[in-house]
Design a binder for this molecule. Structure first.
Ligand SMILES: CC(C)(COP(=O)(O)O)[C@@H](O)C(=O)NCCC(=O)O
Ligand SMILES: [Mn+2]
Length: 950
């Protein structure tokens, strides 16, 4: 685990490190709550902090003694020293570490850089209270030096080094200092700034970096970096590795505990073959000089004379060569088995007539000059020759060391379907299916990631899969990993600003959106991606021509397939999952093309209505219309891309598509498209809540429980994401629809475990079961759904002595209620209900009300179990329980009942999830196809699935 002292990722603010001072213990606490010194100078801290030291909560913290210490000299308390945790300024803390690492290869320069976003939490009373109630002092983040930020991946051609330097300079990456949401361009350049770099260019261009940017290059060993990068990516990114056989891409789940040993084959200009046995444990066992440079170099030479005169550049680029190969036919140059055997297979040794017997062999007997061969054919022949050769040598090395898994990285691959198929074929063919070729999504960035890791202060190695969220910039799909031309005005950075705005909505109008215009122009450039290659083998031997022949090649597919990695150390795996390793959130797997087509159509058809709502939510201004238009284009383009290549952004499920839509909206600054609809529905529902509660209170226990569950199911009809429901809303008022929906609640429901649930709640044969200790209610929509459905159910649980935690979205998604909105709704409801009021007070939700007189005239003196609200950590209509907020994870610790409500959270995701505690899944199915497929029913059927603890 990383030590934290002086870590640059801690709250550095305008050259001054801010710390908090704990009056009682006289210990200096950094923002993460870690002890960094006890009234002594910093030099002593090193020893004090090593080993199993305790943090303020008594947790053990491991510190690395190698990390620099904070400079506490001239430290002073800012503001009132009587305050409980005043801020301490450290004016002399000048620990500047660059947040940039490079891998400067023979052909390409790969950049990995980090942009930090500080803890941007707004002053949210709910959060504070929840932290106190749930005993979270600083979440799990105390163990992490990274507060949160993003890792960006960019590459340049080495021959265009100047563009790379311009890019670094324009983004001030070499200054090594970031403030909360943008690079501090005013900050003076750091004289001693050092950038970690690997690859030959780290030596070759060191002087140029010093001259142009004033920074020194700290050279890191290339093999060390490759291995460190590969190990980190394989452990930390869920869908990093995949197989690619006959055009079919399949992600491979790597078990962290079973990663080693493996063979790493890095195909850059040349090829390195490395046996990896562990972190930092490896051996370069082989290599070949026939690699990417060979393909490019020979390709250029051999096609030189056929280069069209009209071309701007005199020679083919790597991507152009690859593109040529798409249209090539290698049979015109390669000598095939059939050429030798009179068109026959050599079946005795298992070679088909189409197998290449000798690459370029036909050129021996052909009476042709170089210019008589088509560049397309030459390129394909070369590509096959080199790919087969690498595949074969790799396999032989795997065999040498008894390794089954071979990971291929390096920019030679470029996400190019045919190259991967060829390598896979060779490995499969020579190993007779025993060994498996796997590819890495961050194929070209292994070295650069490794160089980044070598800073020792990044804290990346502490991160785990659930801390990383990969996002694909919606409005600027070209910036993630694309080989850059002249530095772009970085749209990603703008996107970060927007994200910052999300947590600081008050400020959001301050930022310019002129980049949007840029996007509208750029939008037209979003074209169809690399076509998936259908099966193309001939059986025994090699391949025929590339199966994607004739289609446009997006040879930079790999560039588009790499998103920005958001590091969110506060995310946790939901502790109540029965088997996190086996957990798969998506119920609908979109790798089935029919399924993908269906949902693609659903989302496309919903788009005009969504844009209307989004534009209206921003006042219908011209600017909002322009953004609405840009959003529609961007989202459609991403949908189209995913239709072409469903695995483009990792494994694709329906939940990912729905989340992508929300992210895309946010990126175009539609922060809450259904804001006014939600408000209207909340008000209408709150107005009828007292009558409903009165009605419920006159029922016997059994009828009441049934009515409550019916109420939840009926109110789940208010779903602005469902086409059928939106059509319904044009036909009646909220209350009319709610009544109709309730009246239609006929048991048995299509999935009906109500009797089981009732027995658990009320008992049987006079035996009273023990009430649940704590229930987590994953709530769904605003309006009737929360007010008339879930709140009355929560009230029933509270009445029975069960603590209730309402789990709501962190960010808006469709008409879902958010954790920010819930306390006000609860407060309104509590005006009409003592049970809710007392529980909300006990849960700290009615902090203000506690000072006022309550309904019955008493002062707020709660004698109730608490009602709390926690955020779930996501902004989607679905939920992936592998990545939830630390609040929710903390709340889950004492819970023995989970209630998931709504289509998104209980059906599209988690329908098959198993929990350690009891679970109740409640939803109305508002889509005909889903109803048929999932529950063999029809639209508006209901699901009440009760599952005892696993
Ligand atoms: C987005 C939704 C999952 C939201 O449903 P909810 O979770 O609110 O019940 C759902 O509206 C949906 O799947 N809509 C698309 C299908 C359709 O329009 O029929
Ligand atoms: Mn919803």
């Amino acid at each position: 685990m990383a030590g934290l002292n002086g870590d640059p990722f801690l709250g550095i603010d305008d050259n001054i490190e801010k710390l908090q001072y704990n009056n009682n213990s006289k210990e200096v606490i950094d923002k993460e709550g870690l002890v960094v010194g006890i009234g002594e100078d910093s030099s002593n801290n090193k020893n004090n902090n090593q080993g199993g030291e305790k943090d303020m909560a008594g947790n053990s913290i491991h510190r690395s003694g190698s990390r620099p210490q904070l400079d506490l000299s001239k430290a002073e308390i800012q503001g009132n020293s009587e305050e409980r945790d005043p801020t301490i300024l450290l004016p002399n803390q000048t620990d500047d570490i660059s947040h940039l690492a490079l891998d400067i290869g023979g052909s390409l320069i790969k950049l990995v850089y980090f942009s930090r976003h500080e803890d941007q939490s707004v002053d949210d009373k709910r959060k504070k209270t929840v932290k106190e109630r749930l005993g979270i002092s600083n979440g799990n983040r105390r163990n992490f030096p990274i507060l949160g930020g993003r890792l960006h991946f960019v590459k340049f051609e080495t021959s265009k080094l100047n563009e790379c330097l311009d890019f670094i300079s324009s983004k001030q990456l070499h200054r090594g200092r970031i403030d909360s949401h943008h690079w501090n361009s005013e900050a003076p350049a750091n004289e001693n700034a050092v950038i970690k770099a690997t690859g030959g260019g780290a030596y070759k261009f060191a002087d140029l970096f010093k001259e142009r940017l004033g920074v020194s290059i700290d050279k890191e060993d290339e093999m060390d970096c490759l291995v460190a990068g590969a190990n980190f990516l394989l452990k930390a990114i869920r869908h990093e590795a995949f197989t690619h056989m006959e055009g079919h891409k399949e992600f491979v789940q790597i078990d962290h505990n079973d990663l080693f040993p493996y063979l790493l084959v890095n195909i850059g200009s040349g090829v390195s073959i490395i046996k990896v046995d562990g972190d930092g444990k490896f051996q370069r066992v082989s290599g070949t000089n026939v690699g990417g440079g060979t393909y490019w170099g020979l390709g250029r030479l051999l096609t030189k004379c056929n280069r069209p005169y009209s071309s701007v550049t005199p020679l083919f680029s790597f991507d152009e060569l690859l593109e040529l190969s798409q249209r090539g036919d290698n049979r015109t140059i390669d000598m095939l088995v059939g050429d030798i055997y009179g068109g026959m297979d050599y079946s005795k040794i298992g070679l088909s007539a189409s197998t290449i017997a000798s690459s370029f062999g036909k050129a021996i007997s052909d009476k042709k000059e170089l210019q008589d061969y088509r560049p397309e054919d030459i390129s394909l022949s070369l590509l096959r020759m080199i790919s087969y050769n690498i595949g074969q040598i790799s396999y032989l090395n795997a065999l040498r060391f008894g390794l089954k898994r071979i990971f291929f990285g390096g920019f030679f691959i470029r996400g190019h379907a045919y190259t991967m198929d060829t390598i896979s074929f060779a490995v499969h063919f020579w190993s007779k299916g025993e060994a498996q070729a796997m590819f890495l999504r961050h194929e070209g960035f292994l070295g650069a990631v490794g160089a980044f890791m070598s800073y020792q202060k990044h804290g990346l190695d502490d991160l785990m899969v659930h801390h990383l969220v990969e996002r694909f910039p919606m409005g600027a799909p070209y910036t993630g990993g694309k080989i850059h031309g002249p530095p772009l005005g970085d749209l990603n950075e703008k996107a970060s600003i927007i994200e910052f705005c999300l947590t600081n909505m008050r400020q959001f109008m301050l930022y310019s959106i002129s980049w949007m215009e840029k996007f509208v122009l750029k939008g037209t450039e979003i074209t169809a991606p690399v076509p998936m290659a259908p099966p193309g083998t001939t059986g025994l031997g090699g391949f025929e021509v590339p199966s994607s022949r004739g289609a446009t090649l997006r040879s930079d597919a790999s560039a588009l397939n790499v998103g920005v990695l958001h590091l969110v150390p506060t995310l946790e795996v939901f502790p109540l999952l029965a088997d996190p390793k086996m957990y798969e959130p998506n119920t609908i797997d979109l790798s089935d093309h029919k399924e993908l087509e269906y949902w693609f159509t659903v989302l496309s058809e919903h788009l005009p209505d969504l844009v209307d709502k989004a534009v209206a939510s921003e006042g219908g201004t011209d600017d909002a219309k322009r953004r609405g238009d840009a959003f529609a284009r961007a989202f459609s383009a991403h949908l189209a891309r995913l239709m072409e290549e469903p695995a483009a952004y990792g494994k694709l499920g329906l939940a990912n598509l729905l989340e992508l839509r929300e992210e895309c909206l946010r990126e175009f600054q539609f922060l809450d498209a259904y804001r006014s609809i939600k408000q209207r529905e909340n008000e209408a529902s709150l107005a009828v809540l007292p009558d409903l509660l009165l009605e419920l209170d006159h029922m016997d226990e059994e009828t009441r429980l049934l009515t409550l569950i019916e109420g939840v199911l009926a109110a789940n009809i208010f779903d602005w994401g469902s086409r059928a429901c939106v059509d319904l809303y044009h036909k009646g008022t909220i209350i009319e629809i709610y009544r109709m929906s309730r009246n239609k609640m006929q048991r048995p429901w299509q999935v009906d475990d109500f009797d089981l649930f009732k027995e658990r709640m009320l008992g049987s044969e006079g035996k009273k079961p023990r009430p649940h200790k704590r229930a987590l209610l994953f709530v769904d929509n605003s309006g009737a759904d929360i007010v008339l459905g879930m709140l009355p159910l929560a009230r029933e649980l509270l009445r029975r002595g069960t603590e209730v935690v309402l789990v709501a979205n962190s960010l808006p998604a469709l008409n879902d209620v958010t954790a920010m909105e819930l306390p006000d709704i609860v407060a309104e409801a509590a005006k009409h209900c003592d049970i809710l009021r007392r529980a909300a007070e006990a849960g700290g939700l009615l902090v203000d009300a506690m000072n006022n007189n309550t309904l019955d005239g008493s002062r707020g003196n709660s004698s109730s179990v608490p009602l709390m609200v926690v955020e779930n950590g996501c902004g989607s209509p679905c939920i992936d329980l592998r990545q939830v907020s630390s609040e929710l994870a903390a709340a889950a610790k004492h819970a023995d009942l989970v209630i998931l409500e709504g289509m998104g959270r209980a059906l599209h995701t988690n329908f098959n999830a198993r929990f350690k505690c009891e679970a109740l899944k409640l939803a109305m199915v508002k889509n005909q196809r889903l109803a048929e497929k999932l529950i063999k029913g029809k639209i508006y059927d209901c699901v009440c699935r009760y599952e005892p603890a696993t």
